[in-house]
Design a protein around this ligand. Structure first.
Ligand code: PEP
Length: 244
């Protein structure tokens, strides 16, 4: 199981060290469970240093540019993320797609760059509320998967995160059964693309200590991607203890 914390634009290097001191005091490692932190880029190095020697804990970047270098003010490349200690990258988070206007094609270029750079790609997909209401969930998720994963090798280090946009940061979340059904549909698309059905598929969207266990009990849900509730070491440790 994979528990991924998306800290978004919160927690600088000093706070990250304090957070991890507290989290490490609360967390009991479990076989088969990995916890990944996705801090802001400025905190990746501090998180990597604090996690050294803890094999079940890792750090990643929230976003990268697909180009290896160049005049892209504010962006970081895969190599820069890796150099800071990142082992993975979130790609196509809904805030990248819907706040920054990232397209399916750009998301695909980022997946290719991350994998070519030897890091794990955590590809985020999910429908907006209007799309769900119009019964388009499967179609949207399938379009996002096909656009991002064309040409990806079956051996790729890939994770999918299903995050319905209407559930992110809203306090609303998909029912475990609904999420499980979409995860099943994601696996069908993966298989059709020649990718392993065993690719981990995480659920994200207002996961909290109170609902994590029910989500993780579903057969198709391999872990969670968590924003708000991962900003507090107590609630994050509680979530990471769920689903055992
Ligand atoms: C996220 O940022 O990926 C997320 C799921 O946020 P939240 O848990 O706050 O809904």
């Amino acid at each position: 199981m994979l528990f991924a914390a998306n800290w978004k634009m919160h927690i600088g290097p000093g706070e990250a060290r304090q957070f991890l001191d507290r989290f490490l005091a609360l967390d009991a490692p479990r076989p088969g469970r990995t916890v990944a932190f996705f801090p802001p880029a400025v905190s990746i190095e501090a998180v990597a240093a604090r996690l050294a020697g803890h094999d079940h804990l890792s750090v990643g970047a929230q976003d990268v540019h697909w180009e290896p270098q160049g005049a892209f003010t504010g962006a970081i490349s895969v190599a820069l993320a890796r150099g800071a200690g990142a082992a993975a990258v979130l790609v196509g988070h809904s805030e990248r797609r819907h706040v920054f206007g990232e397209t399916d094609a750009e998301t695909g270029r980022k997946v290719q760059a991350v994998l070519a750079g030897g890091l794990q790609a955590v590809l985020c997909v999910g429908e907006q509320l209007i799309e769900r209401d119009e019964g388009k969930t499967r179609g949207v998720v399938e379009r996002q998967l096909r656009a991002a994963l064309a040409g990806v090798e079956p051996s790729a280090d890939l994770v999918i995160a299903y995050e319905p946009v209407w559930a992110i940061g809203t306090g609303r979340n998909a029912s475990p059964g609904d999420a499980n059904e979409v995860h099943g549909a994601i696996r069908e698309v993966l298989a059709d693309l020649g990718l392993p059905r065993t690719t981990p598929v995480l659920y994200g969207g207002s996961v909290k200590p109170g609902n994590a266990a029910a989500l993780l009990a579903e057969s198709e849900i391999d872990g969670v991607l968590v924003g708000g509730a991962s900003l507090d070491p107590e609630s994050w440790a509680e979530i990471c203890a769920a689903g055992g």
